[in-house]
Structure formats: C-alpha cells, structure tokens
Design a protein around this ligand. Structure first.
Ligand SMILES: CC(C)(COP(=O)(O)OP(=O)(O)OC[C@H]1O[C@@H](n2cnc3c(N)ncnc32)[C@H](O)[C@@H]1OP(=O)(O)O)[C@@H](O)C(=O)NCCC(=O)NCCS
Length: 464
C-alpha cells in the first residue's frame, strides 16, 4: 500500500473501533442459523422480513450496523484489501492466493476490452441517454457478443471481426505512456487476449468475470461518449480502481485517488438481498442468462430509493446551498414529510458501516477541493439535524449514499455517474449471488392478496 494512503487506512480503522464500541452490545438478529424449508416468518409490505433463500456470500446486521462479505468485516476489507480481491472473494468464496490474484487481475483487464460492445453502443445517441439506461443497453450488447460466438460463422473468425472493427469507430488508447492519445483498434492485442476462447456460454463463472470487468469499462466509455470523447481501453499495468478512473478521465489517478475509488468499490460490492440483487436473482431464477440478470440489477439500481440516491444527495446539498440554511431547509422538508436523501434503510437501524467509512474519507478528500468542502460542511450539518430528530425518533441514520457523492465530486466525477459507479462495483455481488442461487434454483414466485371484485358480468363494448 502506498505511504500516502496510510492516513486513509487509519481513518477506516478508527471508524471500525467506533462501530464496535457503539454497537457490539446489540443482540444478534435471528438471520444466521440454518433453516429447514418451508419456514414461517413475518412479512411486511415490500417483502420486509421475508427470507427468500440461504447464502454464504454476505450478511447485513442491521441492529449492530455490521456488514460481512464471506466472513470478513467490511472495515478490514476497506483497510487492507482491494476491489480485485473482494470481487474474487465474493465470486469464489475465499480470498485469492497471490497467483490466483495475478491471473484474476490480468483477466479483468482483458475482459474490460470490449470494443465490439462499445462500437455497438456508439451507434446509439448515448449523449442524450440516461447513463444507467445506456449501461443496461451496453450489457445487452455484451451478451450479444456471445450470440455471435454461438454462431459457427463467428467462432473461428476472430480476424474477420477485427477487420470489421477497423473499418468502424476507433478506440482512444494511451497504452504505453505515449504523450497523446492514439486512435486505434489494436489487432494484435485483441488476438493475444483470446477472450472468446473462455466465453463460450452466457452463463458460468467466466461470464461473471466478463461482466465485472465489462461494466466498469462500459461506465467509463459512456462517461466519455457523453462529453464527446472516444472510449479508452483498460491499461494492462493499472489496478481495477486506477483503470476505472483512467478510462473515465484519460488521466492515471494519484495513489490517493486510486485508493479512495478502491475503497468505494469495496464498500458497494454486495449488500444482502437489496432490490437490485433481488431483481437480478428473480430474472436468473427463470434460467434467463447472467447478462440479462445483470441488466435487471442495473434497472433496479437506477431508482432514487436505491442506487440513484447518491446523485439525489448532491442535488439536495446544492439546493440547501449553505450551512446556515441547513436547519431551515430540514425543518421545511420534515413539515412536508419529504424523505431526506441518503438517510434511512430497510435493514440498518444503526449507523450504516459504509457511511462510517465514507464520512471521514469524504472529509479527508474534500480538504483540498472547494466544491467538495462546501458540500461536506452542509452534509455534516444536515447529519446533525437528522440524528437529533429522526435518528432518535425513528432510528434513521446516514446510509452509503450520503457521503459517496462527495467523494466522487472530489474526484471530479459528474454526479450522473455516481450510480453507474455503484453498478460497476455491485455487479460483483449480483453475479456472485446469482451463481450461488442457481446451484439450488427455484423460480421466484410470490403471491399477491387479491382485493378486487368477483362475479362481474361481461358487458359488450357498445353497452359500456
Ligand atoms: C431506504 C428507504 C427506501 C427504506 O425504505 P423503507 O424500509 O420502506 O422505510 P420507510 O420508507 O417505510 O420508512 C420508515 C419510516 O421512516 C421514515 N423515513 C425513512 N427514510 C427516511 C428519510 N430518508 N427521510 C425521512 N424519513 C424517513 C419514513 O417516513 C417512515 O416514517 P413513518 O413510519 O412515520 O411513516 C428509505 O429510508 C428512503 O427512502 N431513504 C431515502 C433514499 C435513500 O437514501 N436510499 C438509499 C438507500 S441505501
């Protein structure tokens, strides 16, 4: 780990200490014991309290405010790990050995190379599309590469495909430290990668790896297309987090910028049976494929009650405008029974551990960024107002989305890309959980209570 990032590690470990001190006395909820189906549980609207399946992937302890991935607490993973390790952990069950990690890292760079998909995407008016809608479309095109692979004509004809690429839209690359961007399709590189040898089906672990790499590559491409730039391909020497920023901005980030992105990706990777994970699993349970399942996850994540909240938080902080106006704004919002974006959670009735990590890091990042600093000060004040009132009355605390947007603002990322960044990380959780569920699949099929009428006689249209 770079010496400049040591301070960040210390902030995370301090947040861990605080979390343990404040919440370890809370009782363990009854969600960690083996069950035999069918089970009886109390279900509220929105499936609150419903147990849908068993899992070994991750656990959210809402009473204590703890988040666990495969046995490891989130604070330790943020302090010591990287996104590549965490994605491997979620998908494979164990942290990788050094050689497994090196292979995995290389694969993520290779699989992030999706020129066909990006070319298809660029034939759409991406600049006028919602970034999440464009991302969803992009994952459908990633699946389309398989459809092509499935056809005999395609399988032994990689060279032909590359020449088709050459005739069309190029990629912007700066792979070996050249002073300026080069616009090209690198034929040799594509051939060396032999990606398609591994990707024969739209299911299986290789597709999960393909998606984990491809979604970030797509997010970055969409960010560039939207500002009239050409997509950049992943750089073989950069980490996942560094590559992500590099592909978005064209600049190799500093160790601090790389580390904060890495931590943010780790924090967003998995979170129990949240709406987007559930959406992915519902689609997968029909034996639809993993690409379409991930597309469903992206669609669900887009909404402001879920992943879209991080963008809404920044809009809200800008609307508040100043620390002095925060109290008045908050009182008016409460009087209108308005939801305060970035607060509250279905499961957490304690401080969200992801917000515990991101709050001090947002402060750290904003110390040299005027816009970030202004937003952070308002956020800090708003948190005080909420904790003093809703916190005490309803156990409403900041969630992951409250501080993440400030961190991204400090990285110079436009708010439209906050939720796509969330998707670039959460795709690891979606794919891991889909893979696990498919081992013991049963199609999801809840029931609704019918409150409509019976026995109505049919009246022909002319008599209605
Ligand atoms: C996350 C969220 C969707 C959870 O929803 P939920 O479990 O269905 O909880 P409810 O909406 O039923 O809220 C329960 C109570 O807390 C209140 N509440 C919940 N979140 C609130 C918020 N952000 N601001 C103000 N009040 C809130 C509700 O008004 C409700 O009060 P009531 O019982 O007096 O009617 C909800 O807290 C929310 O909309 N938060 C803002 C959006 C957000 O930040 N989403 C990101 C989640 S990671």
């Amino acid at each position: 780990m770079h010496k400049n990032t040591k301070e960040m590690t210390e902030l995370i470990l301090k947040a861990k200490e605080k979390a343990i001190k404040e919440t370890s006395h809370e009782p363990e909820p009854e969600f960690t014991k083996p069950i035999s189906w069918p089970i009886t549980c109390t279900v509220g609207p929105g499936l609150e309290g419903a147990i849908a399946c068993e899992t070994k992937i991750g656990y959210v302890n809402g009473a204590k405010g703890w988040l666990i991935y495969r046995g490891y607490n989130i604070f330790d993973l943020c302090a010591y790990s990287t996104f590549e390790e965490v994605a491997f952990l979620l998908l494979h069950g164990e942290l990788p050995t050094l050689s497994q990690l090196n292979v995995f890292k290389k694969k993520l760079v290779q699989y992030g190379h999706i020129p066909l998909t990006k070319r298809r995407l660029m034939s759409f008016p991406v600049e006028r599309m919602n970034a999440m809608a464009a991302l969803r479309l992009g994952t459908t095109f990633m699946r389309q590469e398989f459809t092509d692979v499935e056809s005999q004509e395609y399988i032994n004809d990689t060279v032909k495909i590359i020449s088709a690429d050459e005739d069309s839209i190029p990629m912007e690359t700066k792979p070996m430290g050249e002073k300026h961007a080069i616009y090209e399709f690198d034929e040799k590189k594509l051939l060396e990668m032999k990606i398609r040898d591994n990707l024969q089906h739209a299911t299986g672990i290789e597709s999960c790896h393909h998606l984990v790499a491809g979604v970030s590559s797509l997010v970055a491409a969409i960010a560039r297309i939207k500002v009239g730039r050409l997509p950049i391909e992943p750089h073989p020497d950069l980490s996942f987090a560094s590559n992500f920023i590099y592909m978005m901005t064209g600049k190799v980030p500093s160790p601090i910028e790389e580390r904060i992105m890495d931590i943010s990706l780790i924090l967003h990777a998995d979170h129990g049976m949240n709406a987007s994970t559930f959406a992915s699993m519902v689609v997968a349970s029909t034996l639809s494929d993993i690409y379409l399942s991930v597309g469903a996850g992206i669609a669900a994540l887009q909404g402001p009650l879920h992943g879209g909240a991080n963008e809404a938080v920044i809009a809200m902080l800008k609307e508040i405008g100043s620390v002095e106006n925060t109290k008045t704004w908050f009182e008016k919002a409460c009087a209108k029974k308005q939801k305060i974006m970035g607060f509250g959670h279905r499961v957490y009735k304690a401080y969200d551990p992801r917000a515990r990590v991101l709050a001090p890091l947002a402060k750290y990042m904003s110390r040299k960024n005027d816009e970030g600093k202004k937003l952070f000060k308002i956020a800090e004040q708003l948190e005080k107002e909420v904790l003093r009132t809703l916190g005490k009355e309803k156990k409403i605390f900041p969630n992951v989305d409250f501080y993440s947007g400030i961190v991204y603002t400090c990285l110079g990322i436009d708010s439209e890309f906050f939720t796509p960044i969330f998707a670039a990380s959460r795709v690891s959780g979606w794919t891991a959980r889909v893979q696990e569920y498919l081992l013991n699949n049963r199609i999801f099929r809840p029931r609704a209570m019918y409150l409509g009428q019976f026995d109505k006689g049919y009246i022909s249209v002319k008599n209605r």
